[in-house]
Design a protein around this ligand. Structure first.
Ligand code: PLP
Length: 427
């Protein structure tokens, strides 16, 4: 391959066999650097085929909160694989799904306790959107099919979810003709934007099914932060205009922002919340959409057409649920949220010297998320330099960020922040 091996060793045969066949995400296959062949993972490290280890700053799109290969998850999944790998939830249920749903209900604030499983964050958001639309239909309102979502937001890559992402960020611009139109506006950060949103909701109340937001941190749309007051305003506005409030916690759920859930940290209870990514400790594809009793009550009826019309084949997969139950055990047994607090302090400290570097416009940290925003960025060059530094960091847009495992050691974290400071100092 053109890169990825730095001439250190011949690539493994599987790599050669697959390299003309594996189509990578968000990659110009002609010009992007060849993918790095990973042969093993451990803790916060990726081991490459050539033998080198990279410190992982991304935790596989911020999923691997306990680090890779935590034995408790591995053993739980292995046992489940022998006992019951999968049964559909069509008319059946199994212990892992039942236990997980009850645990999520107990952990989430308010009466968020009706758990609909799926297999990816995008689908969890789509289910939330369908739930909201059908909530209104079941109450006799057919026209409420639009969502209010926010600039800088990201909710997935499927057709429904692309339509509620920031339309200006370019990523989904090509598909505009395919996408239904929603209302994408500014977060109510101040009086002016709050009044604008208030007016918008008043004017279009009979079209709007719900307000959809990533609470506290807008992730893949730009790693943008807002404070709890923004979410409190959204709750007030949703109630005032009798619409639903949906929090997409696919990124923020499970400790990433410092509290177990961002909604809990912000003291705001949405009507529906979505979870994914770290739900299974980053091991298996599992996601969930959790509704409050008010939402569920709209589906509780003698009319079969009032049932929620959704059902992914692998929803509530027993291996995924076993991994998620094991992951929740770890949150109970190990000091994850304290680790997040310590990481936040180290990220703030380690990235501080990026301030003042040429091209750096902002450095921000929230929980185990460290962000350096630049005014210009040469992504391919940066990616290559990070690998030379022995770290895996994957900039996007004008953002260099770290979302490490919560179990990352002090030295590895220092390697990540040190590499960012060094590499950005050169540019
Ligand atoms: N919602 C948020 C907030 C996300 O960050 C993501 C993924 O980055 C998604 C939804 C989509 O999740 P998935 O990639 O599992 O479909």
């Amino acid at each position: 391959p053109p890169s990825g091996h730095a001439g250190r060793a011949d690539p493994p045969s599987w790599y050669v066999a697959g390299r003309d066949h594996v189509w990578l995400p968000y990659a110009q296959m002609k010009t992007a650097a060849a993918p790095l062949p990973v042969v093993a993972t451990q803790g916060s490290r990726l081991r490459l085929a050539e033998g080198r280890e990279l410190v992982d700053g991304v935790a596989s799109w911020w999923t691997a909160c306990h680090g890779y290969n935590h034995p408790h998850i591995a053993i739980s999944v292995a046992r489940q694989l022998e006992a019951l790998p999968h049964v559909m939830l069509g008319g059946l249920v199994h212990e892992q799904a039942a236990r997980l749903a009850a645990r999520l209900a107990a952990l989430l604030p308010g009466d968020l306790g009706r758990v609909f499983f799926s297999d990816s964050g995008s689908v969890a958001v789509e289910v939330a959107m369908k739930m909201a639309v059908q909530y209104w239909i079941n109450h006799g309102f057919r026209g409420r099919t639009k969502f209010v979502a926010f600039r800088g937001g990201y909710h997935g890559d499927t057709t429904a979810t692309m339509a509620v992402c920031d339309p200006d960020d370019g990523m989904h611009r090509l598909f505009k003709g395919l996408l239904p139109e929603h209302v994408i506006t500014d977060l109510p950060r101040d009086e002016e934007t709050t009044a604008a949103l208030d007016g918008l909701l008043a004017g279009r109340a009979d079209e709007i099914a719900g307000i959809l937001v990533e609470p506290l941190v807008q992730g893949a749309g730009g790693m943008l932060f807002h404070d709890a007051a923004v979410l409190q305003r959204l709750r007030v506005l949703a109630d005032r205009h009798e619409t639903l409030l949906i929090f997409d916690e696919v990124f923020t759920g499970f400790g990433r922002t410092g509290a177990m859930f961002a909604c809990e940290g912000a003291g705001v209870v949405p009507d529906i919340v979505t979870l994914g990514k770290a739900l299974s400790g980053g091991t298996l594809p599992l996601a969930a959409t959790i509704a409050s009793e008010k939402i569920f009550a709209a589906f509780w009826s003698d009319d079969p057409m009032h049932a929620l019309m959704h059902g992914p084949t692998f929803m509530g997969n027993a291996l995924g649920c076993a991994a998620a139950n094991a992951s929740l055990d770890l949150f109970e047994r190990e000091p994850r949220l304290d680790q997040v607090k310590a990481i936040a302090a180290r990220l703030a400290d380690g990235l501080a010297s990026c301030r003042g570097l040429p091209h750096v416009v902002d450095v921000r940290v929230r929980g185990a998320i460290g962000v350096v925003e630049l005014d210009a960025i040469d992504i391919p060059a940066l990616k290559a330099r990070f690998v030379e530094e022995g770290v895996y960091v994957r900039p996007f847009g004008r953002i260099v960020y770290l979302t490490p495992a919560f179990t990352i050691g002090e030295e590895d974290l220092a390697r990540l922040t040190g590499a960012i400071v060094r590499v950005l100092s050169e540019t």
